[in-house]
Design a protein around this ligand. Structure first.
Ligand code: SAM
Length: 884
């Protein structure tokens, strides 16, 4: 199609898009606060309906674009339209499998894609930005064509030289603006935008402020809290920020007050160098923010000093729905992390079904006794702290993240004033639940008021170091920033009480006055280090925000501008943050046998059908007592007459409640248990009881005796006692209070056979509900159980069998030295003898060996006498060194 002379093709294309997008509803259900409320920016990600993927898509191992998972609404559609036009994103359609961030994609041309013309590339590249091409060249080309067709300057094109003397003016519509619309504020803003002020650094450094003071005491803080007049403006809050900067922030934000939201968002998408990073393979952008902050702090969150990678990391995620932060942490640590989530129970609730990257089974969403998840509520705060203390042996979490935000549409400038209780409660809860030496990160917005400054000051005195940090993944034009606090100090209880008192004032909601001060201004100003740090941070972030806003204005004004660094920055950032450049993948739901074949191959089929060796007590001399030190045993509820479906066997967890049990070579689905994906264990489902007689209650519990895979971690080659230790950790992180329709999962403690069994597994007479007296066994009671659903009552079960697991591999066997009283390993081929600390790996039974050699003994109806007999036999043998 021939273009009319003077028409700029770039603008024309955009206009068509804009015409289309103008048909989209204006009142998107996501209100947006571009000027500072990143929650709403992130909340764009919350719209994915649960049934977003068709069953077919779910079955497939579909690799999908991030857009698809973050929930597409009109706003994102708009952004994507712009991205497709300008090739700043990979340009995949939602249903396509995409390879993200291929640099070559920048140049590709698709049906709905527009590549840059060579003209633009050659002539308009400046500081990574493309400027609108001047029209002179096109006009002169058109002029040549017209001249060839007989056009003479100053004459019309009609037969008699009649008609207009000037070319038709280019189609100049910007976004959805009317043709005649002139937006002077925008034009003015464009002249102020200085691209050279933009600092684009992948390796952002955290600037720490080191605290040299101890936490303030109750006495010191007496009379610090003050109430004052309620405010609804921040224009005069210049105590902690340069006056001009504050004014410019407010002015730059107001450019967009009357501006079309869609147009502004598209300009924001085009202008932000970090925009196309999006959520990578996580459910939202927030997850990547946490990844960036973790890296910026040398992974102090996910790899805290002093915590070995095989020991569970305890964390809390507060104001946290839908849970991207936690998904990131769980992706890094897998099941070796226990998360406590707390967020409002509403449309932004946790979306555990979206935790594709990090398994959610060890994540415990909690909503407090009010069941509303409101962090302002005092009872909720205390209950969350109790829960965490109970499960962390009174220590608290290694770190807490908080990312609270809510809509302040139309009141963007006073977001800080509206969010003060959120600021306060997030900090307060951190002081209540983070362990000594632990860390905290929380989202904040503007920090101009004495109230906010006082809160930061108090936090700075409760930790060794603090930093106010804006990650690259937080859009430059908003006022979002994060307070990062490193290494909590002891003796902070008075500060907790101070903040609790402040929260009570805020909860009171006195309409006339407001809480305006936590720390007196003189104290804040007198502390030079603190005062300068905050002021410099406000000024620096303020300038960054102003420049970001002006840049968006320039991109609104000139729709040909493209931030061409987006693709390379994305690649560099992912590399720097140690995130693989992968797409988000919906887990494949395959059959257990197929999945196991894929991950374990023939190793699994070799052992899967092996039945245990069943013995009678009379066989003990030639089996488990020869020698007894080779064996560990588990008191089981097994008996010969038990149906095969209930017998101890292999269980395979494929994530959440997709759990299967192997019965006669076939996998059967089991309901009511949750296990992380790729968990393969040898376990027994046991009926557990609490209380006696009429009050007796029963629940089902899966006791894990041994494990091959724990949440995709292959532990099969470890020594059996080491596997036991990991099983113990696994059950601890997995534990959460459940109702009785869900089975608990516990470690099946293995005992040494050479110890006195009457001491290791004491049996106690118990009266059952039907009045019968039976011998019961009380397994170790975990300290993390809660006073919930009677979980605080000691639990027991009725043993009727014993499972023996061999932990050493022939020709090695284990014996007890008479002289030292220590166990030693003896090699019957070489006659080598070594103590446990020198044992060679060849002496250790791996999972397959222990599983194949397992022995099972039925002791029904005569538990005590069988156990006594076995005890006598083992004691008679365990000290005797083997004969050659
Ligand atoms: C930006 S979102 C958090 C995003 C989250 N970090 C993630 O990674 O997915 C803000 C969250 O704060 C929550 N929130 C706001 N006010 C709250 C309150 N008073 N108590 C608890 N949660 C609150 C919102 O419901 C929302 O889930």
């Amino acid at each position: 199609m021939k273009m009319p002379i003077g028409i700029n093709m770039v603008e024309n294309t955009n206009s068509a898009e804009d015409m289309n997008s103008s048909r989209l509803s204006e009142d998107s259900n996501q209100s947006e606060n571009e000027h500072g409320l990143s929650f709403l920016e992130d909340s764009l990600m919350y719209q994915l309906p649960n049934d977003y993927f068709s069953p077919d898509e779910q079955k497939e191992n579909t690799t999908i674009s991030v857009h698809q998972n973050t929930g597409i609404n009109e706003e994102e559609e708009d952004e994507r339209a712009v991205e497709n036009q300008h090739h700043i994103n990979e340009g995949s359609s939602p249903s396509e499998t995409i390879t993200k961030s291929s640099p070559s994609n920048d140049k590709c041309v698709g049906s709905n894609k527009r590549s840059r013309t060579q003209f633009e590339i050659d002539n308009h590249e400046t500081r990574g930005v493309y400027f609108e091409p001047p029209r002179k060249k096109e006009a002169s080309f058109g002029m040549k064509v017209m001249t060839m067709m007989g056009y003479q300057k100053g004459r019309g094109l009609g037969k008699n030289n009649q008609g207009r003397l000037e070319p038709v003016v280019a189609f100049h519509q910007k976004g959805r603006r009317g043709f005649a619309f002139e937006y002077t504020e925008l034009k003015e803003a464009v002249t102020k935008w200085d691209p050279s002020l933009e600092v684009v650094e992948v390796d952002t450094k955290v600037k720490w402020m080191i605290n040299e003071l101890t936490p303030p005491s109750e006495h010191e803080m007496k009379d610090w809290i003050q109430e004052g007049e309620k405010k609804n403006t921040i224009d005069d809050e210049t105590l902690f920020c340069d006056k001009n900067i504050l004014q410019q922030i407010i002015k730059s934000k107001s450019i967009f007050d009357k501006f079309d939201k869609h147009e502004m968002r598209r300009a924001r998408t085009r202008s932000n160098p970090f925009e196309t990073i999006r959520g990578v393979f996580f459910q939202n952008r927030a997850a990547v923010k946490m990844a960036e902050m973790d890296k910026a702090c040398d992974f102090m969150f996910t790899r805290p000093n002093g915590l070995e990678m095989h020991n569970p990391l305890y964390f809390a995620d507060v104001c946290a729905g839908p849970g991207g932060f936690s998904e990131y942490v769980l992706w890094r640590r897998k099941w070796i992390a226990k998360g406590f989530g707390f967020t409002l129970r509403n449309s932004n609730d946790f979306k555990l079904e979206e935790f594709f990257a990090g398994p959610p089974e060890t994540f415990h969403p909690y909503y407090g006794p009010k069941e509303d998840g409101n962090i302002y509520d005092t009872e909720n705060q205390k209950a969350l702290a109790n829960l965490i203390m109970q499960q962390t042996k009174g220590q608290g979490v290694h770190f807490m993240m908080a990312d609270g935000g809510f809509s302040v549409e139309g009141k963007e400038n006073i977001q800080e004033l509206l969010s003060k209780q959120l600021y306060l409660c997030q900090c307060l809860v951190a002081l209540m639940i983070v362990r000594e030496g632990g860390h905290f990160v929380t989202k904040l917005f503007d920090l101009f008021t004495t109230f906010s400054a006082g809160l930061i000051y108090l936090m700075s005195r409760c930790f060794k170091k603090i930093s106010i940090f804006k990650p690259n993944t937080s859009r430059p034009a908003n006022s979002e920033r994060y307070l990062i606090c490193q290494e909590k100090l002891p003796n902070i209880n008075d500060v907790i009480a101070h903040l609790q008192h402040a929260n009570e004032i805020l909860l009171d909601g006195n309409k006339e006055t407001d809480l305006v001060q936590l720390v007196p201004l003189e104290i804040l100003q007198k502390n030079e280090l603190f005062y300068q740090y905050l002021k410099e941070s406000n000024d620096t972030l303020g300038n960054k925000q102003i420049n970001g806003l002006l840049k968006i204005a320039a991109y609104c004004e000139n729709i040909a501008l493209i931030e061409e660094r987006q693709s390379s920055i994305r690649t560099e950032c992912l590399l720097h943050w140690e995130l693989p450049d992968q797409s988000r993948t919906v887990p494949r739901y395959s059959r257990p046998e197929d999945r196991l074949q894929t991950i374990l191959g023939s190793k699994f089929s070799a052992i899967s059908d092996k039945a245990p060796h069943e013995i009678a007590i009379t066989d003990a001399d030639n089996t488990v007592c020869n020698p007894p030190c080779n064996w560990l045993f588990f008191p089981s509820a097994y008996n010969k007459s038990m149906p095969i479906e209930c017998q101890p066997t292999l269980y395979y967890g494929m994530g959440r409640t997709r759990v299967h049990r192997l019965v006669k070579g076939t996998w059967h689905a089991v309901t009511g248990i949750e296990l992380p994906p790729d968990t393969l264990v040898y376990a027994e489902m046991i009926t557990e009881y609490r209380s006696e007689g009429k009050k007796q209650m029963k629940t089902h519990t899966l006791y894990i005796v041994d494990a091959w895979l724990l949440g995709a971690q292959d532990i099969s080659q470890k020594f059996l006692p080491d596997r036991q230790y990991l099983i113990h950790q696994f059950c601890e992180t997995l534990w959460k209070p459940t109702n009785n329709s869900f089975a608990r999962v516990r470690p099946g403690k293995l005992h040494s056979l050479d110890e006195d069994m009457t001491r290791t597994i004491p049996l106690k007479s118990i009266q059952m509900k039907n009045g019968l007296d039976v011998m019961a066994y009380y397994p170790p009671q975990p300290s993390y159980s809660l006073n919930l659903n009677n979980d605080n009552e000691p639990f027991y079960y009725i043993p009727s069998g014993i499972i023996f697991m061999n932990f050493t591999r022939k020709p090695w066997s284990v014996h007890l030295s008479r002289s030292t009283g220590l166990h030693y390993f003896f090699n019957s081929k070489t006659n080598d003898k070594v103590y446990n600390d020198k044992r060679p790996q060849s002496a250790e039974a791996d999972f397959s060996y222990s599983f194949e050699k397992r022995i099972i003994l039925d002791v029904t109806n005569n538990e005590s006498s069988s156990i006594n007999l076995l005890n006598t036999k083992t004691k008679a043998k365990c000290c005797i060194p083997p004969r050659q």
